[in-house]
Design a protein around this ligand. Structure first.
Ligand SMILES: *Cc1c(COP(=O)(O)O)cnc(C)c1O
Length: 352
């Protein structure tokens, strides 16, 4: 079904075409081209980190980060219940075990529960800034320091939130705040970790290129074509964040005082405008008829068939999954578009 208002659309109003043409004209289309290094350097600088390592997706960024930190079989990594499956999968890919932690009322990992999840096997914590809300990083970093744990920030949904962890991983998928179509990038201040991630990303070739490979590695490289688009997007990031701030404020004002809707706390950057709704499934259907696409919230990790917890604990994350949805949220969305979406929601709840 074609929606008039999709939940997400890329915003390609900068120098994407120019850089892409430059990349194609130069003949550099593989990961060897100069845009990759330029993007890595500027992305790291934007985030006030020393090193950037570009790769093929947010998922592979997380995998590289975990592997570079030496996490593997027998280790545990604390991952939120309420997140996209890739956060947990990255841990599973390394052979380590994800240990799930419920969310608080801002949908982010509940820091109060953090210490209760730490065991002798715990090696790292993976906070995820859900829908653009920054996790309580001070508290998380303090606990990590006390227990000598590494921290990997899953910043896939939070470009513009300055990371503080050992490694932060971003996604450049088409629905994220900035995009390269597909892509990912890690930032770190540790030169050794950056080198490890770059090494693992590119099949662990030896310096001598003698085809002796000492590690199980990957082809997780980003092409120069993707990096050309990513760099143009990065140049626009501040502007994109400003526009999205206005989108958030306009939804906030328009959806004020509707009985049946519950707002969530404000975001640090807007990825998706999330809200809790009574009769959510009926609302979704009614909006879809009017050409407005919405998306459900994430399902808790311990409800996923592959991570199914037979104890079936009562979770905050389950509550949110049962009545949460997000509205069309993209940088090109106009106030007029938003007004039409808001009017339909008001109509549904008879809140005119
Ligand atoms: C999108 C996303 C990912 C995965 O990124 P891809 O580029 O799609 O692999 C990981 N974690 C979170 C929280 C995400 O939203």
């Amino acid at each position: 079904m074609a929606f008039t208002y999709q939940v997400s659309q890329p915003y390609l109003t900068g120098r994407e075409q120019e850089y892409l043409t430059e990349a194609v004209s130069s003949g550099w289309i593989s990961s060897q081209g100069p845009f990759v290094g330029r993007f890595e350097e500027q992305f790291a600088e934007y985030n006030e980190y020393a090193h950037g390592v570009a790769c093929s997706s947010g998922t592979t960024a997380l995998t590289l980060a975990l592997r570079a930190l030496g996490i593997g079989p027998g280790d545990e990594v604390i991952v939120p219940e309420f997140t996209m499956i890739a956060s947990a999968w990255a841990v599973t890919y390394t052979g380590a075990t994800p240990v799930f932690i419920d969310c608080a009322d801002d949908l982010n990992m509940d820091v109060e529960l953090l210490e209760s999840k730490i065991t002798a096997r715990t090696k790292a914590i993976m906070p995820v800034h859900i829908y653009g809300r920054r996790c309580e990083m001070d508290a998380i970093m303090k606990i990590a320091y006390e227990y000598n744990l590494r921290v990997i920030e899953d910043s896939a949904e939070a470009h513009g939130v300055r990371p503080v962890a050992d490694i932060a991983c971003f996604s450049l998928f088409a629905n994220k705040i900035i995009s390269a179509g597909e892509g990912g990038v890690c930032v770190t201040n540790d030169r050794h970790l950056a080198e490890q991630m770059a090494h693992l990303r590119g099949m662990a070739f030896s310096r001598e290129h003698d085809f002796i490979h000492k590690k199980l590695a990957y082809n997780f490289r980003m092409t120069n074509l993707q990096a050309a688009v990513a760099l143009a997007q990065l140049e626009k990031l501040d502007e994109i964040l400003e526009i999205r701030k206005r989108i958030e404020a306009h939804y906030d004002a328009g959806l004020e005082g509707i009985e049946g809707l519950t707002k969530l706390p404000p975001r640090d950057v807007l990825w998706m405008y999330d809200i809790r709704a009574e009769r959510r499934d009926d609302l979704r259907e009614s909006l879809a008829v009017d050409g407005i696409e919405t998306r459900l919230f994430f399902q808790p990790m311990s409800r996923q068939p592959m991570y199914l917890d037979p104890v079936w604990p009562s979770l905050n994350a389950t509550r949110f999954a049962s009545d949460g949805l997000y509205l069309p949220t993209y940088t090109g969305l106009t106030e007029g578009d938003q007004d039409r979406i808001i009017a339909k929601i008001r109509q549904f709840y008879k809140a005119d």
